[in-house]
Ligand binder design. Structure first.
Ligand SMILES: Cc1cc2nc3c(=O)[nH]c(=O)nc-3n(C[C@H](O)[C@H](O)[C@H](O)COP(=O)(O)OP(=O)(O)OC[C@H]3O[C@@H](n4cnc5c(N)ncnc54)[C@H](O)[C@@H]3O)c2cc1C
Length: 309
C-alpha cells in the first residue's frame, strides 16, 4: 500500500512539473493546485485534472464578442452578477472543469444523481479494489434525527459509539476477507490457494460493503457545477458528501472568483420565498405578526431564522 502511495505521489509530481505554453486563458490560482490531492474523509480526495475558461470567458460568451469581451473589472463583475441573479445559465455552460474524485460508494450513489456531468468510474470488473473503507469518526456517529427523516442529530452514549464503530469496522473487514477468498488473491495480489481458480472480479466485488471507496473522473460545466454545489454544500446535504462540496467551493473560488462571489450572494445566501412567505414578511414589517395558514413549517422556520424573529 505504501509503495503504491509513493508511486502515485511521484506520478502527480511528474505531471505538476510539466509546463505547456498556450494561447488559451489560464487561471494562476488554479494552475497552482492542478493535480494536487485534497484529502477528504479518511481515504477520499478531490483533485482538479483540467479546466476550460475563467471569469472573462463567461463575459465573452455573454457578449458573443470577437476579442476578450471584457470591459472594466467592475462592469464584468456586475454582468456576471446580473447573469447569475437572472438565472442566465448558458454563458456559464461555456466553462468546464474536470476532477478526479475518490469517494465511498454510498456517497457516489448520491453524487451520480447529478446527471449533467460526464463520468468515468474505476472498474472493479477490471481491477481489484484496495482494502480501504470509510470509518466515520466518533463525532460523526449520531442517532436518527427526530425532526428530519433524512438526517442525524443529537448524541449517542460513548458505549453505543464504541459498539457501532466496531460493527462498521468488523463488517468492512469481513466483507474484504470474503472478497479476497472469492478472488483467491490476497491484498498484494498473491494467490491464496493454487488448487483453486477463484471467482471473477465482477462477481467477487458483491461482498464489499457500501463504505468501500471508488474513484472517478468527473467533468461538468460551470452552470451545473454550481447547481451541484448549491445542493450539496447545503446544510441539509449529508455530511459525507458535503465535505467534498466544501473543498470544491474553495476550488470554485480560485477558478472563477467573480462568479464565486455572485454565486454566494445570489444563490447560497439568498432566499426564494413563496407568496405565503411574502405575506408573512409583510406582516412582520407592519409589526402585526400573522402566520399565513398555508405557509409550510420549513419555510416559516427558515424565515424566522434568517430574520431573527
Ligand atoms: C438533500 C437531498 C436529498 C435528496 N434525497 C433524495 C431521495 O430521497 N431520493 C432520491 O431519489 N433522490 C434524492 N435526492 C437527489 C435529487 O432528487 C436529485 O436527483 C439530485 O440532487 C440531482 O439534482 P438535479 O436532477 O437537479 O441535477 P442534474 O441531474 O445535474 O440536473 C440538473 C438540471 O438539469 C435538468 N435535467 C437533467 N436531466 C433532466 C431530464 N432527464 N429531464 C429533464 N430535466 C433534466 C433539470 O432541470 C435539473 O435540475 C436528494 C438530493 C438532495 C440534495
Amino acid at each position: 500500500m505504501k509503495k503504491k502511495r509513493n508511486q502515485i505521489k511521484t506520478e502527480i509530481e511528474k505531471l505538476r512539473n510539466n509546463d505547456f505554453s498556450t494561447k488559451r486563458v489560464t487561471v494562476k490560482a488554479l494552475e497552482k493546485i492542478l493535480y494536487k490531492s485534497f484529502k477528504i474523509l479518511d481515504h477520499g480526495f478531490v483533485r482538479v485534472i483540467d479546466y476550460m475558461g475563467n471569469d472573462t470567458s463567461i463575459v465573452q460568451a455573454a457578449r458573443v464578442s470577437y476579442g476578450k469581451g471584457t470591459k472594466k473589472l467592475n462592469q464584468d463583475k456586475s454582468l456576471i452578477n446580473y447573469l447569475i441573479s437572472h438565472r442566465h445559465s448558458t454563458p456559464f455552460e461555456m466553462n468546464e472543469i474536470k476532477f478526479h474524485v475518490k469517494l465511498p460508494i454510498f456517497v457516489a450513489r448520491q453524487w451520480i444523481r447529478h446527471r449533467t456531468a460526464n463520468v468515468n468510474e474505476y472498474s472493479a470488473r477490471y481491477s481489484i479494489l484496495d482494502k480501504e473503507f470509510y470509518i466515520p469518526k466518533n463525532e460523526n456517529l449520531k442517532p436518527q434525527s427526530q425532526s428530519n427523516n433524512q438526517g442525524r442529530s443529537g448524541d449517542l452514549s460513548s458505549a453505543e459509539i464504541k459498539s457501532y464503530s466496531k460493527i462498521i469496522k468488523d463488517n468492512s473487514r469481513i466483507g474484504f476477507e470474503n472478497y479476497s477468498k472469492l478472488l483467491n488473491e490476497d491484498e498484494s495480489g498473491r494467490m491464496i490457494d493454487d488448487s483453486k481458480k477463484g471467482l471473477a472480479r465482477e462477481l467477487s466485488r458483491m461482498t464489499l460493503p457500501l463504505n468501500s471507496y471508488t474513484q472517478w473522473y468527473w467533468k461538468i460545466d460551470l452552470h451545473n457545477f454550481m447547481h451541484f454545489l448549491a445542493l450539496r454544500f447545503d446544510p441539509h446535504a449529508q455530511y459525507e458528501i458535503r465535505v467534498y462540496a466544501e473543498v470544491m467551493m474553495e476550488i470554485l473560488k480560485k477558478w472563477v472568483p467573480l462568479t464565486y462571489q455572485a454565486f454566494v450572494s445570489n444563490r447560497l445566501n439568498s432566499l426564494t420565498m413563496s407568496s405565503h412567505g411574502i405575506e408573512y414578511i409583510k406582516s412582520l414589517i407592519k409589526k402585526r405578526k400573522s402566520i399565513p395558514k398555508n405557509i409550510s413549517k420549513r419555510e416559516l422556520e427558515t424565515i424566522n431564522k434568517i430574520f431573527n424573529c
